[in-house]
Design a protein around this ligand. Sequence first.
Ligand SMILES: [Zn+2]
Length: 124
Amino acid sequence: MVIVKNIELYSLCEHHLLPFTGTCHVGYLPTGKVIGLSKIARIVDMYARRLQIQEGLTQQVAEAIMEVTGALGVGVIIEARHMCMMMRGVEKQNSSMKTSVMLCSFRANQSTRNEFLNLVSSNI
Ligand SMILES: [Zn+2]
């Protein structure tokens, strides 16, 4: 399994045209084809530049990694803080939103998913 953690993310929410920022964690199970770390970060950047919601961004990144690597499975987790939450009506300064998308073996195989989640949450 290949995991790239803590990819910085800057995007704009399509509902409110306000920024959301956070980190993205990507994992995939290669079938022989391994892509560079910078390529994964570029995929995240490419989709983050568009106007969207975090749920859609998570899905798009997962599908793009899947397509580029032909992996057996892909997992993507995004944790972000939204300016629309921090400065509008509800004014929640410390809330963050977490979204995840698990494709193929990451969805079908619980031990694969657990390996990904454990490695993302550990500091090793
Ligand atoms: Zn918003």
